[in-house]
Design a protein around this ligand. Structure first.
Ligand SMILES: C[S@@+](CC[C@H](N)C(=O)[O-])C[C@H]1O[C@@H](n2cnc3c(N)ncnc32)[C@H](O)[C@@H]1O
Length: 255
C-alpha cells in the first residue's frame, strides 16, 4: 500500500464529500468563538496585511472579512475548495480578498510571482498544517510562512494534542506498540499520523505532542508566545463541536 503524499491529501480535499463539508461550514458556521477571541487579541490591527494558509472554502477568510480585516490574501492547494471560497466572497461583496492556488510547502515562488506584500500576520487554521504529511514538509511550510511575513509578525494555527486526555494517551500507547512491532498502517509516514474515512471524506492528520511543535517552531524561526486547548479559550456551540473536535491553539512571533 502506497504511503500518503501531498497529492493524496489534495485529492481528498478536492473530493465531493470534503468540498460539501467545508463549503457548508463556510456558509453556515463561520468563525469558532475561540478563533474570534484569539484573532481579536493577537491581530488587533484591522488594516494589517494578513495571509491565510489552507483557507479551504473560506470559513475563516470570510470570518476575518466580517470582523473588518480588509487586506487579506488566502491560499489553498485544493482548487475545488478555492472555487467555493471565491464564490462565497463574491456573494458577500468581499471581492478584494485575494485567493491564490498554492502549496504551503512551496510558498516562496508563488507569493513572489503574485507580488504579495510581506504579511503582518499569518494563520493556518483548523489543523491545516498538520495535514501536511512528513515533519520536514511541515517545517518547510513554517519556514515559507516565516519568509512571507515581516519581522515581529504573528502566526496563529491549531493542532491536535496526543496528550489531551487519559483516553488519548492510552490509545497512543497502543499505537506506539504497533509501530515498535512494525504493525502500523503502512500508508502512514510517522508515529502520530492518522488516516481515516467518515461521511466528510478521507482525512490525513498528524497528531503531535507539545514538545514536537515547540521544536518545529524553534527550528523555523518562530518564537512561541501562547498555546492553550480550545476549551480553555472559549466555550463552543454544539454546531462547532460537531464540526471539529478539541484542538490546541498556537500563537508564535516571527523572529
Ligand atoms: C481542515 S481544512 C480547513 C479549511 C478551512 N480553513 C476551514 O477551517 O474550514 C485544511 C485545509 O488545508 C489545506 N491544505 C492542506 N495542506 C495544504 C498545503 N500543503 N498547501 C495548501 N493548503 C493545504 C486543505 O486543502 C484544506 O482546505
Amino acid at each position: 500500500m502506497a504511503r500518503i503524499t501531498a497529492a493524496t491529501v489534495r485529492a481528498d480535499f478536492n473530493d465531493l464529500p470534503a468540498v460539501l463539508h467545508y463549503t457548508r461550514a463556510a456558509h453556515g458556521l463561520g468563525l469558532w468563538a475561540s478563533e474570534r477571541r484569539l484573532i481579536e487579541r493577537f491581530f488587533p490591527d484591522r488594516e494589517a496585511p494578513l495571509l491565510e494558509a489552507g483557507c479551504g472554502a473560506g470559513r475563516v477568510t470570510l470570518g476575518l472579512w466580517q470582523l473588518g480585516y480588509r487586506r487579506l490574501t488566502a491560499f489553498d492547494f485544493a482548487a475545488e475548495l478555492l472555487d467555493q471560497a471565491r464564490s462565497l466572497a463574491a456573494e458577500r461583496g468581499a471581492e478584494s480578498i485575494r485567493f491564490l492556488e498554492a502549496d504551503a510547502t512551496r510558498l516562496g515562488p508563488m507569493l513572489a510571482a503574485a507580488g504579495v506584500e510581506p504579511a503582518a500576520g499569518a494563520l493556518f487554521p483548523f489543523n491545516g498544517l498538520m495535514q501536511i504529511p512528513g515533519r520536514e514538509h511541515r517545517r518547510r511550510a513554517l519556514t515559507g510562512l516565516h519568509a512571507a511575513c515581516r519581522p515581529g509578525a504573528t502566526l496563529l494555527f491549531t493542532t491536535h494534542d496526543r496528550d489531551v486526555s487519559p483516553q488519548e494517551r492510552a490509545l497512543w500507547r497502543l499505537e506506539a506498540l504497533r509501530w515498535s512491532e512494525g504493525r502500523q498502517d503502512p500508508r502512514l509516514l510517522e508515529f502520530g499520523d492518522r488516516y481515516f474515512e467518515d461521511d466528510t471524506g478521507r482525512t490525513f492528520m498528524h497528531l503531535p505532542d507539545r514538545p514536537e511543535i515547540l521544536a518545529d517552531l524553534a527550528a523555523t524561526g518562530w518564537e512561541p508566545v501562547f498555546d492553550a486547548l480550545r476549551r480553555e479559550v472559549a466555550r463552543e456551540s454544539r454546531a462547532v463541536r460537531e464540526f471539529s473536535d478539541e484542538c490546541r491553539f498556537w500563537v508564535a512571533r516571527r523572529g
